[in-house]
Design a protein around this ligand. Structure first.
Ligand SMILES: [Zn+2]
Length: 181
């Protein structure tokens, strides 16, 4: 943004300030889009938000604690925690799929949340046959209501996952050797 301001300043004698500002904004957007598309670590986010201009131009849609996890995949996901060295396995313990527990698995594939997911898809007007992340995010960008529905969905699942994780930790903590001296 600083370089965009500088470029606009450098062109201050060319006249028509709003046209110059728009040209420079488009230029910034193109270079952001290039970085965005290239960025390896942001693969999941780049899949959800393929068009950065559509994302930044939206007039609604606050990112909260839960939606940030939804969009980044950084949070209560074993695949992520495993990468951080916090847990021993990356797989989901809530279903039988034996897949890595990442944002894609949690929100779009895990059978544990099948009921919540099909309710969300119905409310968004999407058919369960194509519950693709891209379709869901595209709906979110269309309107405030869809955005809120997905926000509520993310909050419900992540809150329940947190409770289940706490229970698991308590259980493991309570296990004591069968024979004590
Ligand atoms: Zn699962």
């Amino acid at each position: 943004m600083a370089s965009e301001r500088k470029r606009i300043f450098d062109r201050r004698n060319e006249g028509d300030r709003s046209r110059i500002a728009k040209e420079e904004r488009d230029c910034t957007m193109v270079s952001w889009q290039e970085i965005w598309t290239r960025e390896y670590r942001g693969r999941w986010t780049a899949r959800l938000v393929p068009n950065i201009q559509k994302w930044t131009d939206r007039k609604h849609g606050e990112l909260n604690f839960f939606l940030t996890q939804f969009f980044t995949g950084h949070g209560l996901f074993y695949a992520y925690l495993h990468k951080m060295g916090k847990v021993t396995v990356p797989t989901c313990s809530h279903c039988q799929k034996r897949e890595d527990d990442d944002a894609l698995h949690t929100f779009f594939k895990c059978t544990k949340w099948a009921a919540e997911r099909s309710q969300l898809l119905a409310e968004l007007g999407l058919t369960p046959q194509i519950p693709t992340p891209e379709a869901v995010v595209s709906k979110m960008l269309e309107g405030e209501r869809s955005w809120s529905l997905v926000a509520a969905y993310a909050e419900t699942i992540l809150t329940r996952k947190t409770l289940l994780e706490r229970e698991r930790q308590r259980r493991e903590h309570l296990v004591r050797p069968a024979i004590q001296n």
